[in-house]
Design a protein around this ligand. Structure first.
Ligand code: KDG
Ligand code: MG
Length: 469
């Protein structure tokens, strides 16, 4: 509806042409005049009268009236966004948590974004996404894209509540009864990993990600290592305000990991699906060797082998192995996904909905991936909040090319502040039929757990040089 008028509206927005000027347009432009006004109103707090989208469905016009940002630390730091509307009691809840940079996202959400949103129609999700993404000119990056994801989730929540439908219905309805889930098994040695995996399988998991500490190294991603229990859990890790440093060397890592999977296959049998996360720490030839050496143990996938900058290097891994590959939790642009998907260099795209721009972004990634037979495996760690986990599952159960869903169980203290979110049963995740995303935030409870500065761990080689964690 905006296209024919883009020049006029841009001029008007820049102050070359005020509303009086618009009114003076020739007859042939009169029908466009109303649209110009709506555009000006949409992007201008002072003029905004709300849109007529709601009234076309017999509902009164709806406006965003406030954007609240809740920063809280019930076990970990979370940044939640609550968008209030002109309809009494109708609001949406989103998650905008970016581990280690929470306050930067909160500042964007508190300082820059509300004036752009207040007065807009919350139902115009795609237009709002485009406006917040392209509008600031300085687009993208993890901080802005996490803020945008928080807004996006809250808007989908509002749309669902207004339609009295769960979000997955708005996305096209169910394609499956549940989302196949995986959990983490990590330990100091093979026996401990086996023990944790067995407990997960008893709980119903059919898929387990396995990580083991590497002898001689002081800690390895995803394992207890030399960390304090808090840091090992990745929680509010270092109250002194400095990141914990792990030591990584590729040679022992590349030797031990295939042995871990040889051990697990022998002990756990062929049925359980096994996964492993390299956490972006390998060089291309190292990743190719690992993927090759893991072939006999038939992994479900090998995750995030390479740094996100080196997409073309996945070709090398592909040339050397049939181990399925997953990539993408560090991507924060839709366009990061394109080369890997369209060249079929990976089998699973695992963006983080919370860092790539929410449901509006994820459905585009999923649609592109479907066309190239790539499945989804959205990132689902403990350091994104329940609304993002809920969004994951709403998308999972409504697309054709879902692959697998990473998940965590949130502790009671987190659930005291943020209620709802997906449930796990017999190996699968599901969401309730509550309207919207199905999550809520208790703002009073959130105040009991103020933000505590914490960093993710960092890593170095034995010679002291910086290494990807
Ligand atoms: O903030 C970083 C974590 O979300 C990440 O380390 C978790 O790699 C991760 C995973 O696969 O869950
Ligand atoms: Mg990972």
């Amino acid at each position: 509806m905006h296209k024919p008028l883009s020049k006029v509206s841009q001029m008007a927005r820049r102050g070359f042409l005020g509303l009086a000027g618009v009114a003076a347009l020739s007859d042939s432009l009169l029908s466009r005049k109303r649209v110009v006004r709506a555009l000006l109103a949409k992007d201008s707090l002072a003029e905004n009268t709300g849109s007529s989208a709601g009234s076309s469905r017999g509902l009164p016009p709806l406006k965003i009236t406030d954007v609240r940002v809740i920063v809280t630390c019930p076990d970990r730091n979370y940044v939640l966004v609550k968008i209030l509307t002109s309809e009494p009691g109708l609001y949406g809840v989103g998650d905008a948590t970016l581990n280690g940079r929470e306050l930067a996202v909160a500042a964007d959400l508190e300082q820059h974004i509300p004036p752009l949103l207040i007065g807009r129609d919350p139902e115009e999700i795609e237009d709002t996404w485009q406006y917040l993404y392209r509008g600031p000119y300085w687009r993208g990056g993890p901080i802005q894209m996490t803020a945008l994801a928080g807004i996006d989730l809250a808007l989908w929540d509002i749309k669902g509540k207004r339609a009295n439908m769960p979000v997955y219905q708005l996305l096209g309805g169910r394609t499956r009864t549940g989302a196949l889930a995986y959990t983490h098994a990590s330990g100091g040695d093979f026996a401990e990993v086996e023990d944790v995996a067995r407990r997960a399988m008893k709980r119903g998991f059919k898929c387990v990600r396995a990580q083991v500490a590497i002898p001689g190294l002081e800690g390895t991603y995803g394992t207890p290592g030399n960390k304090t229990p808090e840091a090992a859990a990745g929680r509010v890790a270092n109250m002194a305000g400095l990141p914990h440093t792990e030591v990584f060397e590729p040679t022992p890592y590349l030797r031990v990991v295939p042995r871990l999977f040889e051990y697990l296959r022998a002990k756990l049998g062929p049925e359980v699906e096994l996964l492993h996360d390299c956490h972006e720490k390998l060089d291309p030839i190292q990743a190719a060797r690992l993927a090759h050496d893991l072939e006999p143990y038939h992994l479900f996938f090998l995750e995030d082998c390479l740094r996100p900058e080196y997409k073309e290097s996945f070709r090398l891994i592909r040339e050397h192995s049939t181990t399925p590959l997953a990539m993408g939790e560090l991507f924060n642009s839709l366009w990061d996904c394109v080369p890997l998907i369209k060249e079929q260099l990976i089998d699973y795209i695992r963006c983080d909905l919370g860092h790539i721009g929410g449901i509006t972004a994820a459905r585009k990634v999923a649609a592109l991936a479907e066309l190239f037979q790539v499945r989804t495996a959205w990132h689902g760690p403990g350091d994104i909040g329940p609304p993002t986990h809920a969004a994951n599952v709403h998308v999972d159960i409504s697309i054709a090319n879902f692959g697998i869903q990473e998940m965590v169980f949130f502790p009671d203290v987190t659930r005291e502040v943020i209620s709802g979110g997906p449930e796990f049963k017999d190996g699968y995740m599901n969401v309730s039929d509550l309207p919207g995303l199905g999550c809520d935030v208790n703002e009073e409870a959130a105040k009991k757990y103020p933000y505590r500065r914490a960093y993710l761990p960092t890593a170095r080689r034995k010679d002291g040089s910086v290494q990807d964690w």
